[in-house]
Write a protein that binds this ligand. Structure first.
Ligand SMILES: Cc1ncc(COP(=O)(O)O)c(C=O)c1O
Length: 412
């Protein structure tokens, strides 16, 4: 069979009918139940170490953006190497606080901080970044004195072709436009209200640190007084610090910010930290031919990795070799016509029960997945430091039912 476990031994243990827990109960080596997210903590550890070392070398604080993956064993590994966590909501902040040690800081940035959440924010956060001048006016004074408050700015430097994902597009809701701050500065009004920091986030999956340099230069050249007026600058995420070999530009940027403006500089990567350590494993449940093309229906769906649909990208699949004899469209099992992963070729035919492994699925997959059509979420497994496959979370009918408000005591 084509894609079955060429490179990862444990996938040969797959049994799509028998829940992994049953295997364990029978004393059999734990098998994977598909669909499954499998996260290799050994890969994760290597990647986080590298990013930590990069940040240490250049003199920049390393926060992890929880939004990319919040699975507890994952966050625990990451936590060994970070200065803190970047959060987008009170829930994430509360969770981060349960993981963070006394020396680690919890940071919150959101375009929609609600007055009724301020008490929680005061409890869990060390840094809070407001998204607008109005939010500063309305909420800043309600923050605990120990919290360092900042303002998100839109540096108005766009690098992304798809404007839906461009936080710096014209008219973006994310942050105060730099031009507006420049104008305020010209009129003798700049940051007030006890703001001590600035935040921007301007890219996505970028290998080009020149973009970051351009962003920082745009602020430093046009409105240096802005950087002079604060203590810290959070440069967001969006750069694949795990994959970029030449980091000299990053070092220069941080050096300028530290030496010229005396700033504490932070980054908060997400995808760079977790993407490479996760795979999504599925089984073929049907093989058919439509309009002369072979189609393999999987027991997963793009809703288990919504960015496949949102960005319309074809994830890498183990065993796919361009031009191989057996070509299939791999599709998900939901009612959505566009629930399609892509077209892949294998050296051997697929059959019902064949295993498909989508690579680099560790970021923005589990956190965004949902149960549309009542299709259960993939089971989560981790591969431990010693190479053991451990079931971390299995979702059940009760998870689905509770979100529907069903009283499961009354179910059959
Ligand atoms: C404010 C902010 N910080 C950090 C990140 C993490 O970005 P990435 O996962 O691309 O590193 C995001 C992603 O959307 C973001 O919006």
């Amino acid at each position: 069979m084509a894609a079955r476990s060429n490179s990862v031994d444990m996938y040969s243990q797959i049994d799509t009918d028998m829940p992994a827990l049953e295997h364990a109960a029978q004393g059999v080596a734990p098998a994977l139940t598909t669909p499954a997210y499998v996260i290799d903590l050994r890969t994760l550890d290597k990647v986080v170490r590298r990013i930590e070392s990069v940040c240490n070398t250049v003199g920049c604080s390393f926060l992890y953006s929880l939004k990319a993956s919040a699975i507890q064993p994952v966050v625990e590994v990451i936590s060994k190497y970070t200065d803190g966590f970047a959060c987008s909501s009170p829930f994430e902040a509360r969770y981060a606080r349960t993981i963070a040690n006394a020396g680690q800081t919890v940071h919150l940035t959101s375009p929609g901080i609600r007055p009724q959440d301020i008490d929680q924010i005061n409890r869990y956060c060390n840094f809070v970044t407001f998204n607008s001048v109005e939010q500063v006016r309305g909420l800043r004074r309600r923050l605990a004195p120990s919290i360092a408050a900042g303002l998100r700015i839109n540096p108005e430097q766009s690098f992304l072709r798809d404007s839906r994902y461009d936080p710096c597009r014209t008219g973006s809701k994310l942050g105060v436009p730099l031009s507006a701050l420049r104008e305020a500065s010209g009129k003798g009004r700049l940051l007030s209200g006890g703001l001590r920091g600035l935040h921007f986030h301007s890219n996505c999956d970028s290998m080009h640190l020149g973009d970051l340099r351009q962003t920082v230069d745009a602020i430093a050249d046009s409105t240096p007084e802005l950087l002079e007026s604060v203590d810290w600058l959070n440069m967001g995420g969006g750069y694949l610090l795990n994959e970029i070999n030449d980091l000299s530009t990053f070092a220069t940027i941080v050096d300028i910010l530290r030496r010229t403006f005396d700033l504490q500089v932070m980054v908060e990567p997400g995808a760079a930290v977790v993407r490479n350590s996760g795979v999504l494993v599925a089984s073929v449940v049907d093989c058919t031919e439509i309009d002369g093309n072979k189609v393999a229906v999987l027991d997963t769906t793009v809703n288990h990795w919504p960015e496949v649909f949102e960005f319309q990208f074809e994830p890498d699949v183990q065993g796919h070799i361009e031009g191989s004899r057996y070509t299939y469209q791999l599709v998900g099992c939901s009612c959505l016509a566009g629930d399609v992963f892509g077209t892949y070729s294998f050296t051997d035919p697929l059959e019902i029960g064949s295993c498909i492994v989508f690579e680099n699925a560790g970021a923005y997959s589990i956190v965004k997945a949902h149960m549309f059509n009542g299709i259960n979420l993939p089971t989560v497994y981790i591969v431990t430091e010693s190479g053991e496959l451990v079931l971390t979370k299995q979702f059940t009918y009760e998870d689905f039912a509770s979100r529907c408000g069903v009283d499961t005591r009354a179910t059959v």
